[in-house]
Design a protein around this ligand. Structure first.
Ligand code: TYM
Length: 323
């Protein structure tokens, strides 16, 4: 089975990215043919600074490798290293209804906030559909916020197939129930655009400060607390095993435990959880040759597959001189 997913290099990765998506990438590389890429073409819709985009893309690759992505098992590449992607995007664009894109959250949310949208933001889901369809992907591990985009991808694949004959594979999204929507420090979905993120590799002192600022209700130390509505508990669950989760839940309900203590527990659990990755990251960051080799080899493999599928698509709709 082909697994594929992408992640934008718009900033450093946060706990939401990890538990919603990256953790799945790492689990799935063991038994599936996995393709993972850094979505620099998507990032260009918000990041217009060549040096930063290039740097962020490399940092993103280092982060993924440090977190356990293994280039022997999975193919890791830069989205912009596979130019076939934009060919397929155009082809899909010609069969995409405006009304389909008008319904998509990323565009709708910005429009509602009065932020001017450009064609890049509006057609972003078509580029994402091309990302998925270009490699015959079966399964797309993502967080909840991307499910809609995978649905759009299925719609477009279906429409293409009905117009031009069976050509594209319909993918399915894969979302983990326990971490589909990781909360940020204000309790809303953790997201770079809400400025509520806790970054995975943030300096421990700064990270602690952020954890201590997670929003809670006004219950006093003695009051019983509800773990099910508390962002601190929701984050603790990600790092802890079941007995630890049950213990904290029980202490919450009993009263007598303050949010400060729970936050400190989250901070410590996170430091321990990502400790080995922090060490690996420091080593990887010092070896840029290996990193460039990994990305070049990844791009080669991805392009090989991408060219085959684009060829099939062009043949189906009458493009190119080869057919
Ligand atoms: P991006 O870069 O915003 O996020 C990367 C992945 O992290 C997940 N995620 C979360 N999961 C749970 N809780 C959260 N708070 C949270 N925040 C982020 C996202 O769901 C995503 O899986 N458009 C995509 C990138 C992309 C892509 C693709 C993904 C481009 N092409 C093709 C899959 C397949 C995006 O902006 O993700």
């Amino acid at each position: 089975m082909r697994v594929l997913s992408g992640i934008q290099p718009t900033g450093r990765f946060h706990w939401g990215n990890y538990f919603g998506a990256i953790k799945q990438y790492i689990d799935l590389q063991e038994n599936e043919q996995a393709f993972y890429f850094i979505a620099d073409l998507h990032a260009l819709t918000t990041l217009r600074d060549a040096k930063r985009l290039r740097q962020n893309t490399l940092e993103a690759a280092i982060d993924l490798l440090a977190l356990g992505l293994d280039p022997q098992k999975a193919t890791l590449f830069r989205q912009s290293d596979v130019p076939e992607i934009t060919d397929l995007t155009w082809i899909l664009m010609t069969i995409t209804q405006m009304s389909l894109l008008e319904k998509c959250h990323a565009y709708k949310d910005k429009k509602e906030k009065g932020i001017a949208a450009d064609a890049g933001l509006f057609t972003y889901p078509v580029l994402m559909a091309a990302d998925i369809l270009l490699y015959d992907s079966d399964l797309v591990p993502v967080g909840q916020d991307q499910i809609q985009h995978v649905e759009v991808t299925r719609d477009l694949a279906q429409r293409f197939n009905s117009l031009f004959g069976e050509t594209l594979i319909l993918p399915e999204s894969r979302v983990l129930d326990s971490s589909a929507k990781v909360p940020g420090i204000d309790g809303e979905k953790m997201s770079k655009s809400y400025k509520n993120v806790i970054e995975i590799f943030e300096d421990p002192k700064k990270q602690r400060k952020k954890v201590m600022s997670i929003k809670t209700d006004s219950a006093t130390l003695e009051d019983p607390k509800d773990p099910d509505t508390c962002a601190v508990y929701a984050l603790y669950r990600l790092f802890a095993d079941e007995p630890q989760q049950a213990e904290l839940a029980q202490r919450y309900r009993a009263g007598g435990m303050g949010y400060g203590e729970a936050k400190q527990a989250v901070h410590e659990a996170a430091l321990e959880y990502f400790g080995p990755a922090r060490e690996r990251r420091a080593q990887l960051a010092a070896d840029s040759d290996t990193l460039n080799d990994i990305l070049a080899e990844g791009a080669r493999k991805a392009r090989e597959k991408g060219k085959q599928v684009l060829d099939r698509v062009q043949a189906a709709c009458g493009l190119g001189s080869k057919h």
